[in-house]
Design a protein around this ligand. Structure first.
Ligand code: COA
Length: 389
């Protein structure tokens, strides 16, 4: 076999033909809008965050009215179809959601081949993407982005999370039930037992609170994806990938780690001082938009307290003490800034409560908004591809 003689790099020979033609943006001192702060890139009908007032509305309805009075299914309908459902519309929507809950068997078999150590959000990202392969394609190779595909995603996501929760624990995935609410069915698929009403209500309210949040990072990622005419499964995959970071949806598990490390309420202040002294952030505190306490934190705090009283009050008590200590110390270190608890802070003690069967992994409520955005579709898909510099 002829031997191949290594050639000298072409750049070495041609270096005199290649010269820098421009300064880099960094060298030219270009003024940068870090994080697109305050830049309006599009409008949305789905939700509105009024950070200065601490108000969140879904299609004009205040979250403080929806959280105690509406179910996840009612709010999902509102997001998808623009109005709260009447009784027959709600019944029909629940039947459609329930009919889409089961996963294709090969998808569950695929999940069984994954390493048991795989992180749940990683598995959700991979499996949402893989789900697309089991959905009939259109003639151009994409999948329809319409209310049916949105309902399919909203219905199947909890089944994926619950199945992985069992598979990773060497248990068999449980088939969904059609007669339970989304919240109750999720808890059933994880434990095999129909949950007590308090757990169902708590998870249901949690889902309502998490349904949408204007141009949060994961929804923005989904909309950037939709603007290139990627389909709804691609958009959802981009959104899950964005959500899983620590500074976005990954925060509750970090909050839980802090609660575990603190151990007792009296140790919270020293813990906060040590953490900030190391240049770390207090997870679950601070928000890009709210300049007051996140309105969702109020409901989640009440939920964490109530669930704690039914099982183990420790986690709520440590969280309460941690919020107070963080407020005190951050105010001392950054006198001009007020940094308040965000939605993720009390999600940790609320959803980690044994009553809720450690449901913190289910971020599927947000699928409603990711799915609604590309579905409301034509306007989002006609949106120009963002071209930030
Ligand atoms: N712990 C410690 N310091 C914090 C902080 C926190 N949780 N949140 C904000 N700060 C600091 C910022 O670093 C900044 O300091 P600087 O002025 O010295 O640069 C100052 O407080 C003001 O920050 P602000 O502009 O109000 O917030 P932001 O837009 O820079 O950051 C977050 C927003 C959400 C990224 C940030 O608060 C954070 O990382 N929080 C923890 C992660 C989290 O809970 N994420 C879920 C969000 S829903």
């Amino acid at each position: 076999m002829p031997t191949r003689v290594a050639q000298p790099g072409r750049l070495v020979e041609n270096a005199s033909n290649i010269a820098k033609k421009s300064t880099t943006m960094a060298e030219s001192g270009t003024v940068v809008d870090r994080g697109l702060e305050g830049i309006i890139v599009a409008s949305t009908q789905l939700s509105n965050v009024e950070g200065a007032e601490g108000r969140l509305t879904y299609r004009g309805y205040d979250i403080h009215d929806l959280a105690p009075n509406a179910t996840f299914e009612e709010v999902a309908y509102l997001m998808l179809f623009g109005q709260l459902p009447n009784a027959p519309q709600l019944e029909d929507f629940k039947v459609r959601l329930a009919a889409h809950r089961a996963l294709p068997a090969p998808l569950v078999e695929f999940m069984q081949t994954l390493p048991k150590t795989a992180w749940p959000m990683d598995v959700l990202r991979t499996t949402v993407s893989a789900l697309a392969h089991f959905i009939p394609q259109q003639s151009d190779g994409t999948h329809a982005s319409n209310p049916d595909s949105a309902i399919n995603l909203i219905a199947k996501t909890p089944t994926i999370v619950a199945a992985w929760d069992r598979i990773r624990r060497d248990l068999t995935a449980i088939e969904p039930r059609h007669d339970l609410s989304a919240a109750a069915n999720f808890l059933y698929m994880r434990t095999g037992e129909v949950p007590i009403i308090e757990a169902e209500r708590a998870l249901d309210m949690y889902l309502v609170l998490l349904v949408d949040h204007s141009y949060n990072a994961s929804t923005f990622a989904a909309r950037v994806c939709a603007s290139t005419r990627s389909d709804i499964y691609a958009c959802a995959t981009a959104a899950v990938a964005t959500l899983e970071g620590d500074l976005h949806g990954g925060a509750p598990s970090k909050v839980m780690t802090m609660l575990l490390e603190i151990g007792t309420p009296d140790r919270a202040e020293q813990y906060v001082r040590d953490l900030l002294g190391q240049g770390e952030k207090i997870m679950g505190m601070g928000h890009r938009e709210y300049k007051k306490r996140d309105p969702r934190a109020e409901h989640l705090e009440a939920m964490a307290k109530q669930l704690g009283e039914k099982s183990d009050p420790r986690w709520y008590e440590i969280a309460r003490s941690l919020e107070d200590a963080s407020n005190r110390v951050l105010h001392e270190l950054k006198p001009g800034k007020r940094i308040y608890a965000n939605v993720e802070f009390y999600t940790a003690p609320a959803m980690s409560s044994p009553v809720c069967s450690r449901a913190a992994g289910w971020r599927a409520g947000r699928h409603t908004s990711w799915s609604s955005s590309p579905t409301i579709g034509s306007s989002v898909r006609r949106q120009p591809i963002p071209a930030p510099r």
